[in-house]
Design a protein around this ligand. Structure first.
Ligand SMILES: [Zn+2]
Length: 136
């Protein structure tokens, strides 16, 4: 299993600047192939307490999954921010993560970390760390 996630510097900068602008958790989809992020799709955070939780707008997720079936980029994971925490998965994240192999990017301040949701993960029993390979 490839535990490296490829992403471009410009996409990292986009996620970090979206994170820095908001006191609420921001979130969005990672679109691409296998372990390569080709694009991000910022989504509304529709959680009722968005300062400390996130829930991807289901309509945006539905649109992305439909586009993938039509030959577009696949949804390989998502990103969200911890505006007042660190860039590590929370217990809440682990509780809401199905062990489906999806990539999770977590942003805090200017930190960005990558994880994969798996059975028996190293963190909270759900997440394995992933190396983020940032292309210039
Ligand atoms: Zn979180």
């Amino acid at each position: 299993m490839d535990m490296t996630l490829q992403i471009s510097r410009s996409l990292v900068d986009q996620i970090n600047s979206e994170t820095m602008r908001s006191r609420l958790e921001v979130c969005g989809l990672l679109l691409g192939q296998r372990s390569q992020v080709e694009a991000i799709a910022p989504c509304a955070n529709v959680h009722t307490t968005p300062a400390t939780h996130f829930e991807l707008d289901p309509a945006a997720l539905f649109r992305a999954l439909r586009a993938a079936r039509g030959g577009g980029s696949r949804v390989i994971g998502h990103y969200h921010s911890h505006p007042s925490g660190d860039a590590l998965p929370s217990i809440t994240d682990a509780a809401s993560a199905p062990p489906d192999g999806a990539f999770w990017l977590i942003a805090a301040s200017s930190d960005l970390t990558a994880w994969r949701a798996v059975h028996d993960g190293a963190v909270h029993g759900r997440f394995d760390p992933v190396t983020l390979a940032i292309a210039p």
